[in-house]
Design a protein around this ligand. Structure first.
Ligand code: HEC
Length: 191
């Protein structure tokens, strides 16, 4: 290892405290960051307008189809994969893998300790099936409106009925504003 590479490796370790297995990161995280920039706000405004026009039960359908579509659009733009995940999921297809679970748990601890969630992100180089891959995650924070209507402590009866019909194993209720609701998760293949 050259002195320069070693300096970079040490720097990366210093910048990612508490998370081992850190390797040298590409200098530019811009692509991964850009893929999810504004995505949370776009999802929120899609939900708000769907709820205003058709009510919350109709908006459940929007979150089901529009959210993955928006994530896909963001990913397609830069040749990345973008998904949403959480420790407690509504759709079992969004369940975290081991990497995502570890980072989500780390985000949750930091948010409970008072770190402003907007400042949190995590990136790490991993090898998946022999391909060097950048993994990047950023928290999705629970807001009062519109999120509480479908993820809060007291769901309206019609919302509750529709959600449990579509998602019999739903775990994504009882969240309070400001809590970690989940995260965007980006995979960028580098080879
Ligand atoms: C109208 C109901 C509704 C509203 C409002 C809503 N969601 Fe959801 N949310 C859902 C549904 C339905 C799913 C499952 C989507 C799927 O099948 O992937 C979901 C899934 C998610 C997921 C993916 C992980 C999982 O649980 O499957 C996250 C993260 C999430 N919502 C965050 C939010 C946030 C943050 C807000 C507020 C900005 C919000 N949601 C508002 C209905 C809603």
């Amino acid at each position: 290892m050259t002195r320069k590479r070693m300096a970079v490796a040490v720097l990366v370790l210093v910048l990612t405290p508490g998370l081992g297995r850190a390797e040298e990161l590409p200098a530019d995280l811009g692509k991964a960051r850009a893929a999810i920039a504004g995505l949370g706000e776009r999802l929120k405004s899609e939900l708000m307008s769907a709820m205003a026009s058709g009510g919350p039960v109709a908006a459940i359908g929007v979150c089901q189809t529009a959210a993955p579509a928006l994530s896909k659009a963001a990913g397609d733009q830069g040749g990345l994969t973008v998904r949403r995940t959480a420790l407690k999921v509504r759709n079992p297809g969004n369940a975290p893998d081991d990497f995502e679970r570890r980072v989500l748990e780390d985000f949750a601890v930091k948010i409970m300790a008072g770190t402003p969630p907007g400042a949190l992100e995590h990136s790490e180089m991993v090898t998946i099936d022999g391909v060097r891959t950048l993994r990047y995650m950023k928290p999705i924070i629970m807001a009062d409106q519109p999120c509480s209507v479908c993820h809060g402590g007291a769901l309206a009866d019609d919302v509750k009925a529709k959600v449990s019909a579509l998602y019999p194993d739903d775990q994504a209720i009882g969240f309070k504003p400001g809590e970690l609701r989940g995260a965007f998760s980006v995979l960028q293949r580098l080879d």
